[in-house]
Design a binder for this molecule. Structure first.
Ligand code: ADP
Ligand code: MG
Length: 761
């Protein structure tokens, strides 16, 4: 809702700039006057030097002031289309202007504006055609009178805003429309979402000033100050929405789940087969404290793959069970849910056997709820959840379904958050009477700014160390062009398998006929997620590498596929007698389970797979990973893949096979991957190597998003400042009564755009 005060920004463009221009602009995005004002120039040109016609040099970018001597339109001789030629003069010399159009009609606009006798300012690059100097498609501004001419001379060194334009409307016409709208705005017309104190503290100009400077700057300094202010505004509005979300959650009633001595948690700790790392203890204490309070915990736990997040979560779950409550663990895939069930049941031992022979005192039950359960198994699981008999319920998105009821849900744990959206988070929490505590876990290291933007309503904890005794992973780049090296890779697998190890061989494709990795692979991943609304999270997948290196080098061989590579490995002498398994997203669920089980048990110690093993799979005996066509994967994705090995006490070896050319960007990425096992470092590198639009997801690129200028990767300081400012404001004034303009902007924009944005993560 927009108050009457700012009604003017709500005006349909048709009424403000005329129907034809409005229709053309609407194709580019803006539909209202306010939208148009926020349609910022993509860059700024300069007019070059103001020069006389006598001094023109071919290739120079120039601006001249001259009078139109004459113009004519004719059809082109050899091609379809028409050409407009105009001659301009300063009284002494002459210059030709040329415009090409689809037909004479499309040129009539210029013809009307370039009437003989009109004086104007013309900007373009000097070209030469048959010995005559000319400007092709110059930017120009005809003057109505001497005052305008005088003003134009003054404006000559102002930056020229260049708008993202379309076929139906050129940049200069957008500029004219923006000016029409902008000059009509007074200070009361444009809402100022930034609190005065915040602007003062950070030296930011007011919103109207910033709009003027963005659309008609007198210098690049103006542009920078205006952009700075607008970035702060974008960050502040988003952070206020997040702060409100956080505050709203915190104000909901929640049951405190204080630590109880002598219960299942204590019994579990007594039987842990390892020492907790310092990080696990620290984070564990923070979590234990938070769920002891009657305020819902909202915490993001990020930690390297293998850093032991599950144990942290399990201790929290048991604390809740000790208070008579239940905990739900939501996993993104069936494979992961199954694995969590196995791990957690194993860790709990008799503590998971309540009511069974040999079950321990304080024991509870762990129940699995996924889409592929048989009807009777499903009924049993539903009953155990609803009666409260199961203290821990593990599942996929099937947990979110309406007929799943929990007796007393006290804690929701979400593993690998990037696969879920805010909506799913909330759907599960809605199953409790109060608001359950929330722990979100992700193995994808999220750079701080992205975390602050996408998880701004959560507090963040990080497990940065790996449990002691991990022998580490060595990564080697293997050029595919060296058969001896590749042979050696298979040999290496043989050695590991003989020593009781397991090996993954990762391929970008499933079959030979499949087109290159891209939509298919994405779709395949989505498939595995059991129809979860798959947020195409490029942070996680690392995006697709660019095709640049292929343009230069020799034609590249087709990408490795699971089927072909598995067939090949069955022929390789080095692997004689070793059973080779296959795994990809298009296998039915039970085939996937069987493949994983055979791999885990050692029945098929070599698993040829697509990236479906990327997330969370834990087979401690896996020590080798060969990644074929490693350059086809993003850095974060490579890191996730590599995290599948070296999880036990034996050192891991990762062989990154690539056809990328020496010195190519693709090779640089593979080498960066081999150079460090620090996930945070790789995530930062990954961000730097990709474009902003990719980071925010496709919906954020170009289209009318609320983040137009702010870069979540670069504007660390602005995001930090805005977050502090927004949180302080919301704490002081949750309803934003003192900042009506901010409230108004939030209501108007955050709803559709930011909500959508937030759900992408
Ligand atoms: P992730 O953080 O990637 O989810 P997991 O929780 O799956 O990692 O833990 C990886 C492996 O490390 C598991 O086999 C787990 O039992 C083991 N582990 C967890 N904490 C410790 C520890 N403190 N010491 C030794 N091993 C540990
Ligand atoms: Mg995990």
């Amino acid at each position: 809702m927009v108050s009457d005060r700012h009604r003017r920004l709500d005006r349909p463009l048709k009424l403000a700039v005329g129907p034809k221009t409005a229709t053309a602009l609407e194709k580019l995005g803006p539909t209202t006057t306010g939208g148009l004002l926020r349609y910022y120039p993509r860059r700024y040109g300069d007019r070059g030097k103001l020069t006389t016609l006598r001094d023109l040099g071919v290739g120079e970018h120039v601006t001249v002031i001259a009078q139109v001597a004459g113009s004519s339109v004719r059809a082109m001789r050899n091609k379809r289309g028409a050409i407009l030629t105009a001659t301009i003069t300063d009284g002494r010399d002459r210059l030709t202007l040329t415009f090409f159009g689809k037909s004479a009609g499309t040129l009539s606009f210029h013809e009307r504006r370039l009437r003989p006798g009109i004086t104007g300012m013309f900007t373009g690059t000097v070209g030469e055609y048959r010995g005559t100097l000319q400007l092709t498609h110059p930017d120009y501004e005809p003057f109505e009178d001497l005052d305008e001419e005088f003003a134009a001379v003054q404006k000559v060194d102002w930056p020229v805003p260049i708008y993202p334009a379309g076929a139906s409307i050129p940049s200069w016409r957008i500029a004219t429309a923006v000016q029409t709208v902008l000059t009509a705005q007074g200070p009361q017309d444009v809402p100022e979402p930034l609190p005065a104190a915040y602007r003062e503290e950070h030296g930011l100009v007011g919103v109207l000033q910033a709009l003027h400077w963005l659309h008609e700057p007198h210098s690049m300094g103006d542009v920078r100050r205006a952009q700075d202010r607008m970035k702060h505004e974008e960050a502040f509005v988003l952070q206020t929405a997040l702060a409100q979300r956080r505050a709203a959650m915190r104000s909901r009633p929640t049951m405190a789940r204080p630590l109880r001595m002598g219960g299942i948690r204590e019994a579990f700790e007594a039987r842990l087969p390892f020492e907790l790392t310092a990080g696990q203890r620290e984070v564990g204490a923070v979590v234990a404290d938070e769920i002891s309070e009657p305020v819902p915990m909202q915490r993001l736990l990020q930690g390297e793959v293998g850093s032991g997040k599950t144990v942290v979560a399990l201790r929290a779950m048991l604390q809740v069970v000790d208070t008579g409550g239940q905990a739900a663990l939501l996993a993104p895939t069936e494979v992961l849910a199954q694995q969590h069930l196995r791990t957690i049941t194993a860790l709990l031992g008799p503590l998971a056997e309540a009511g069974m022979l040999g079950g321990a005192e304080h024991a509870t039950r762990v129940t699995l709820l996924t889409g592929s359960l048989s009807a009777p198994a499903r009924r049993k699981a539903l009953a155990a959840a609803a009666s409260g008999e199961a203290g821990i319920v593990i599942g996929t998105h099937a947990l979110l379904s309406e007929n799943v009821q929990l007796a007393d849900l006290g804690l929701v744990v979400i593993d690998e958050q990037h696969r879920f959206g805010v909506e799913q988070r909330d759907a599960l929490r809605a199953k409790a009477d109060g608001t359950p505590h929330l722990l979100v876990m992700t193995a994808t290291p999220i750079p701080r700014t992205v975390a602050m933007t996408s998880f701004g309503d959560l507090e963040t904890s990080t497990l940065s160390e790996l449990p002691a005794g991990r022998a580490g992973i060595e990564t080697v780049v293997v050029p595919a062009g060296k058969p001896a090296w590749v042979e050696r890779a298979w040999q290496r697998i043989r050695e590991e398998v003989d020593g009781g190890g397991r090996a993954y061989v990762v391929c970008p494709r499933i079959t030979a006929t499949e087109t290159e990795q891209g939509e298919e692979e994405m779709a395949e991943d989505a498939d595995l997620l059991d129809d979860l609304p798959f947020t195409e999270d490029l942070i996680a997948t690392g995006g697709l590498p660019d095709a640049a290196p292929r343009a230069s080098g020799p034609p590249r061989p087709p990408l490795a596929s699971v089927e072909e590579v598995a067939a090949l490995l069955r022929q390789v002498p080095a692997l004689d007698g070793v059973t080779i398994g296959e795994m990809h997203g298009q296998l039915p669920t039970d085939a996937k389970d069987a493949a994983m089980a055979a791999f885990a048990s050692g029945a098929a110690p070599v698993l040829v797979s697509t990236t479906v093993i990327e997330v969370g799979v834990d087979v401690p005996a896996a020590t080798v990973m060969v990644i074929l066509d490693a350059d086809r994967f993003g850095l974060s994705q490579l890191h996730q893949l590599r995290g599948r090995i070296g999880r036990g006490t034996k050192p891991g070896v990762c062989l990154a096979v690539t056809t990328a050319q020496k010195d190519s960007r693709a090779m640089a990425r593979v080498q960066a991957f081999a150079g460090t096992t620090d996930g945070f470092r790789l995530a930062e590198l990954d961000l730097q190597m990709r474009k902003e639009g990719d980071v925010l997801g496709a919906a954020q690129a170009g289209r009318g998003s609320s983040l137009r200028l702010l870069s979540v990767t670069k504007d660390v300081e602005i995001i930090t400042a805005a977050r502090a400012g927004a949180r302080a404001l919301v704490e002081r004034d949750p309803a934003l009564a003192t900042e009506p303009d901010l409230a108004e902007v939030l209501d108007a924009s955050i709803d559709e755009e930011t909500a959508e944005f937030l759900q992408r993560f």
